[in-house]
Design a binder for this molecule. Structure first.
Ligand code: GLN
Length: 309
């Protein structure tokens, strides 16, 4: 285990260095996300023993956006058989943008759960599993993985994406065309957008990361919230696909399972040891927080966190 003092010190250094960067843009394609304070910056680290360290705006909540894909994947794996999921969603990285439609059209199956095609197909499976309670039930499952009772929905972000998400609607219709959805596109997208609009803080995400690092048990000897076999699958897909078209470079340089969201949040797992979360709303052209990316790269380097180090 890494020393507490070292973690605190490196976290502070990295916060100052990455905080000096102001490149990137807010995710204005979801209009409501363009109105957040671009200067927010928080980093949290939680170890499997339950010790948490944080710097910056740790109390600031943000919408999970694509980080919710990790939870939807865990949820569907916990409730449906692998074969059913595998018929609709694979585990191959796309090398494309998160909202790419090209490969879906070519392969007639969603490439993986970490991109929009896969997450929308998974939202449909969750509707089959839970019926009309799909949102409250999946939402409470998501909350349990962070050890909290409930997660708020940012209604304005939800409505903003619902009003503008034509590309996701196009993905929904294409999935439907290939008989990969059993429910109306509108219903499926409402669930998908609601998942993207759930709110958390970096402390909560770091706790989720620590549960994933801990084989599905909440840090500090808490409750088992995920099956170890589910965690193994989720982390594998996060490692190969969580950073979209940056996945190869990310594994090479940082070497950790991760998932980014266009709100500027980033979830990273150091298996057996730590959950790390970053939040800073200015994102690069791949949809990942510029400061978050830099901070995690530096943390991995300075704390020697690369899986193959
Ligand atoms: N809600 C966003 C979308 O579907 C999520 C994308 C992301 O965070 N990468 O476009």
């Amino acid at each position: 285990m890494r020393q507490e003092e070292t973690i605190r010190q490196v976290l502070q250094e990295v916060y100052e260095e990455a905080g000096a960067v102001d490149e990137g843009e807010l995710a204005g394609y979801i209009p409501q996300l363009a109105s957040v304070n671009p200067e927010f910056f928080a980093l949290s680290v939680c170890d499997t023993a339950g010790n948490c360290y944080a710097v910056g705006d740790r109390g600031q909540s943000f919408t999970l956006q694509s980080v919710s894909k990790v939870l939807a994947h865990a949820c569907v794996l916990s409730h449906c058989d692998e074969e059913r999921l595998g018929q609709r969603v694979g585990v191959e990285p796309t090398g494309e943008d998160f909202d790419s439609i090209v490969k879906l059209d070519q392969h007639r199956r969603a490439f993986n759960p970490m991109v929009n095609t896969g997450a929308i197909a998974i939202a449909d499976l969750l509707l089959s599993i839970y019926g009309e309670d799909a949102l409250p039930k999946s939402r409470s499952f998501f909350a349990s993985t962070m050890g909290v009772d409930s997660l708020d929905i940012d209604q304005s972000v939800f409505e903003s994406e619902l009003a503008t998400g034509e590309r996701n609607r196009a993905i929904g219709h294409l999935l439907k065309n290939f008989k990969l959805l059993d429910h109306p596109v509108k219903e499926v997208l409402e669930l998908y957008f609601a998942h993207c609009s759930l709110c958390a803080t970096t402390d909560q995400l770091a706790r989720l990361g620590a549960s994933l690092a801990n084989g599905g048990q909440l840090p500090g000897g808490g409750e088992r919230v995920l099956d170890p076999a589910v965690v193994r699958k989720v982390l594998s897909v996060m490692l190969s696909c969580g950073m979209y078209n940056d996945a190869g470079r990310w594994i090479y340089d940082v070497g950790l399972p991760a998932k980014s969201g266009v709100s500027g949040c980033l979830l990273v797992v150091v298996p057996g040891e730590l959950g790390i979360a970053a939040y800073s709303p200015r994102i690069d052209n791949r949809g990942t927080s510029v400061r978050g990316l830099m901070a995690v790269r530096l943390l991995s380097e300075r704390l020697n966190l690369h899986l193959f180090a």
